[in-house]
Ligand binder design. Sequence first.
Ligand code: GSH
Length: 292
Amino acid sequence: DLCTNMDSLQLVSSNKIFGGYQKVYAHESSELKCKMNFSIYLPPQADGDNVKLPVIFYLSGLTCTEQNFITKSGFQRYAAQHGIIVVSPDTSPRGVKIPGDDDSWDFGVSAGFYLDAVMDPWSKHYRMGSYVTKELYEIIQSAFSNLVDPTKFGIMGHSMGGHGALVSTLRNPGLFKSVSAFAPICNPSACPWGEKAFTGYLGKDKNQWAEWDATELVKKYDGPPLTLLIDQGAGDKFYKEKQLLPENLVEACRSVGVPVILNLREDYDHSYYYISTYIGEHFDFHAKILKA
Ligand SMILES: N[C@@H](CCC(=O)N[C@@H](CS)C(=O)NCC(=O)O)C(=O)O
């Protein structure tokens, strides 16, 4: 029972910015079985007749909601310049109250990891993988069908959301035509954040883990040509603590000939100060592919 029109979406807020509108909607998610918010930026070009605009999904990191990116990154300036619609979901199911779901900031609430859990008690609600790549994807195509070009979707993300962007793309060849990530968790099977989340959501079977790990997935990628754009602050404490491991992903890409760009940014940390500095470059990268 997917949403087929605007009636199933409830407008939470709408603010004019750079000539377009930053909106937040609430809806009942069938995948997550709870009420969810997502944000959507409609650039000024959405006002025209018969427009077909590209769409970029942005997936946020640990501790975030749909608010962090829209209030801190300054992306709207670039989305308005390029005429791109930008959609950003929340980072986990909300309000479902599973015992232990808010004991830590890197598991449970606001830490859904954009995967489909198989372990009890998480598997009923923690289905952010299917939520993003099926439910929300289809909601945007149907509810905004008068504005979006259904063949021009890209995706980007930060940290846990960078992992989500990479995995959503590699697991579903062709669904997203362009992909980039800021400080992504590149090899979750081999870092503390990933080991904790994957054990909790997926269990102990490492074969299951490989299905949600970008470094493993890229080795068997067999879809349309794709260039991965990876951005990383060299002063990021999580990078230094080996939570992110971009070098592992780059090595895997090189081993199978998948083009990858790794931009290491001297002294930048993990925060939205860093993201807002380079978000314009990422929009240029996506626009070049999506508007080709
Ligand atoms: N709570 C963590 C930091 C978590 C963190 O850096 N989260 C990133 C994503 S992984 C973020 O976007 N935080 C929200 C923000 O900066 O607005 C800590 O205390 O070390």
